[in-house]
Design a protein around this ligand. Structure first.
Ligand code: 6PG
Length: 247
């Protein structure tokens, strides 16, 4: 696990963009395509803009990249709370990627559970792993909430305990909304997970997640559970988020 600390959110975003494009070219060279799940929330917005900046000069990447989402809120795709909305506004509209390479989580036309099953069926058709295995995305981008949640896997939630389904619906009690999320086994099966965390408000949770664990520690937080099973995990932090001692 590598922890890299950057002076500012924009420098974190630039480094993350460089690293994602590097991994994409490696995956395309080795397997002909790059499958990445984008994270939600506000942190990745600078990253999306940075990835879009070099759009045409990265044609070799975007022509062979498939974009998925780690989670989605149950709002329309043109709603500012939608994770797809920001990726589309800042990245997809800039890089001219083919619609059949964009795999958003559906948020209309069924219940959250029905839509989660629809997304899972879509993933099964696309990845078609050996019987009983989970899909192997090359990279999953993740953020972390102040409570240690990642994607939409919240501490103590039923979704966090899901070990069979690839995609599940969950209810966020804090704001009485529903979300759809990839499950822990899928996050763990990826070739690599890259946590992007910025801001002073994340310093305490970053210090708890990346700091030394002692015996009295409560159960692992969702972001720690992903890290515990990830094939490879890296953390890109800005100095504000790392000020809790993760330098
Ligand atoms: C979401 C995310 C969620 C997010 C963290 C951090 O849909 O909100 O998937 O896991 O990454 O809550 O959010 P911020 O980047 O807004 O701090």
């Amino acid at each position: 696990m590598a922890i890299q600390v950057f002076p500012s959110p924009i420098e974190l975003a630039r480094a993350a963009a460089r690293e994602i494009l590097r991994q994409a070219r490696q995956a395309i060279q080795q397997g002909g395509r790059f499958a990445v799940a984008l994270s939600g929330g506000s942190t990745p917005r600078l990253l999306f803009a940075e990835l879009a900046r070099s759009g045409q000069s990265d044609r070799d990447v975007w022509d062979r990249t498939h974009l998925f989402w780690g989670d989605e809120r149950m709002v329309p795709p043109d709603h500012p709370d939608s994770n797809y909305y920001w990726a589309n506004k800042l990245l997809l509209t800039e890089i001219g990627i083919s619609p059949d390479q964009i795999h958003p989580i559906p948020t209309a036309g069924g219940t959250p559970d029905e839509l989660a099953r629809i997304y899972e069926s879509h993933l099964r058709r696309f990845f078609d792993p050996p019987q009983g295995d989970f899909p192997r995305l090359d990279l999953i981008l993740l953020g972390v909430g102040p409570d240690g949640h990642t994607a939409s896997l919240f501490p103590g939630s039923e979704a966090l305990g899901e070990r069979v389904r690839w995609v599940t619906a969950c209810r966020v009690e804090a704001n009485k909304t529903h979300r759809i999320t990839l499950t822990l086994p899928v996050l763990g099966r990826a070739g690599r997970v890259l946590f992007l965390v910025a801001g002073a408000d994340k310093a305490p949770i970053v210090a708890r997640i990346l700091g030394p664990r002692d015996r009295e520690e409560p159960p692992l937080l969702p972001a720690q559970m992903v890290g515990a099973i990830a094939r490879a995990q890296d953390w890109f932090l800005d100095e504000q988020a790392a000020q809790g001692g993760s330098k």
